[in-house]
Design a protein around this ligand. Structure first.
Ligand code: GLY
Length: 392
């Protein structure tokens, strides 16, 4: 265990000025990117510090659109809104034509692009696309086991599993219930989080990345990793998806048991932070390791903590606020891009995937920016500024 809430007290905190400067630097980079990434999207990660243009494919394009909407909120610059609206057209086309959507990541894609457009600008196209995406996500719900199947063809026994990342896709379903009045979306989201947390949360409060369900009985079978170092280790980003995912479900459902889950997964994350507060990509590694970091996991956890603060008693809220603030300060000081010649991203030192003996990944986006790291970093800065109505 590398840290405690007590040991965090020695680290510097953010100031209003530091946060304003960080927002300004980020907004400038985002503005500079609009030329390359309005008719196109950003690649999931940078290579040698730079994103390149892609089609609207993969699970990651919503993050760039989310960054654009955040920049619009922060600056009121109409150029961001125009880009956001062009992206909404693209996302509507994508879900209508079912382009590269045979997986669970509909919330990552549609909450940050289309729900955001609906909430910020009343976009009816955004609302339509997001409800279609929620309907599509429901088709992955499996009655046998009561969970949303992450990948592969639905029902296929070899892909009959859930993953912790999916908790971030549930707000799309809760939102769909709110706007349509159809409780099926939220009911299935609640069933999924119940199954998922029973499976992935270990006794020491670390988490499995993925968990297989027996397709015949619906009973949990066994956990394996996909992107972590070992089946039994805690992949930093998986743990982070747990933190924010539980907090977001609490926001919609207010189930008291989610508060304890939040404490469990968040404390594990915080206690395993290394000396400089920038997490390694897996908690098998600690201070002094030469393994790469995953700054994005820290940004995700900060947002999860901010989301949960209003629901905690004063003393406990202060403890978590302090932790989030120290982590944000470390990101600003050690990972934020400060010169656009260095990178066209916002947050350095992320890791998309790192190969290991027990996982099935190839190295991808190692020690680079990634679009979700950028998004959650900017969301964290926005949340640090004051009350925010989430796109989630
Ligand atoms: N949801 C996939 C990832 O976090 O890499």
């Amino acid at each position: 265990m590398a840290q405690t809430f007590e040991s965090l007290k020695k680290y510097p905190e953010t100031s209003e000025e530091m946060v304003q400067k960080a927002i300004q630097q980020a907004a400038e980079i985002v503005k500079g990117n609009l030329g390359d990434f309005t008719e196109s999207f950003q690649s999931p990660n940078t290579e040698n510090g730079f994103y390149w243009p892609t089609e609207n494919v993969e699970w990651t394009t919503g993050f760039w659109t989310g960054v654009v909407w955040l920049a619009y909120e922060l600056t009121k610059d109409e150029a961001f809104r125009k880009t956001g609206e062009i992206h909404v057209e693209s996302f509507l086309n994508r879900i209508e034509k079912k382009i590269d959507v045979n997986y669970h990541d509909m919330g990552f894609l549609y909450s940050l692009s289309c729900v955001a457009a609906y909430k910020l600008c009343g976009s009816e196209k955004g609302k339509k696309a997001a409800i279609m995406a929620a309907d599509h996500l429901l088709t992955r719900y499996r009655e046998k086991g009561e969970f949303i199947q992450a990948w592969g063809n639905v029902g296929d026994p070899k892909d009959y599993r859930l993953i912790i990342d999916c908790l971030l896709n549930l707000p799309l379903l809760y939102w769909a219930t709110e706007v349509t009045g159809n409780s099926e979306y939220a009911d299935k989201a609640c069933r999924h989080i119940h199954t998922a947390m029973q499976c992935v949360l270990r006794e020491d409060h670390s988490t499995y990345h993925t968990y297989y369900i027996d397709p015949d009985t619906g009973k949990p079978s066994y956990g394996v990793t996909h992107q972590g170092n070992r089946n039994g280790s805690a992949w930093a980003r998986g743990q982070a998806w747990g933190v924010y995912g539980v907090a977001l479900s609490y926001r919609y459902q207010q189930k008291p048991e989610y508060i304890q889950m939040f404490r469990d997964v968040t404390d594990y994350f915080i206690e395993h932070l290394p000396e400089d507060l920038i997490p390694y990509w897996d908690f098998d590694f600690d201070t002094g390791s030469t393994e790469p970091r995953d700054s994005s996991s820290s940004a995700i956890v900060i947002c999860g903590i901010y989301e949960m603060l209003p629901h905690l008693e004063k003393e406990e809220a202060e403890k978590y606020r302090m932790a989030a603030d120290k982590m944000l300060c470390a990101l600003i000081e050690k990972c934020a891009v400060k010169d656009k010649k260095e990178s066209n991203g916002l947050l350095l030192h992320g890791t998309y995937a790192r190969s290991s003996e027990e996982n099935t990944c190839k190295n991808r986006g190692v020690d680079e920016c990634n679009t979700w790291g950028d998004y959650f970093y900017l969301e964290a800065l926005r949340r640090r500024q004051g009350k925010w109505n989430p796109y989630w």
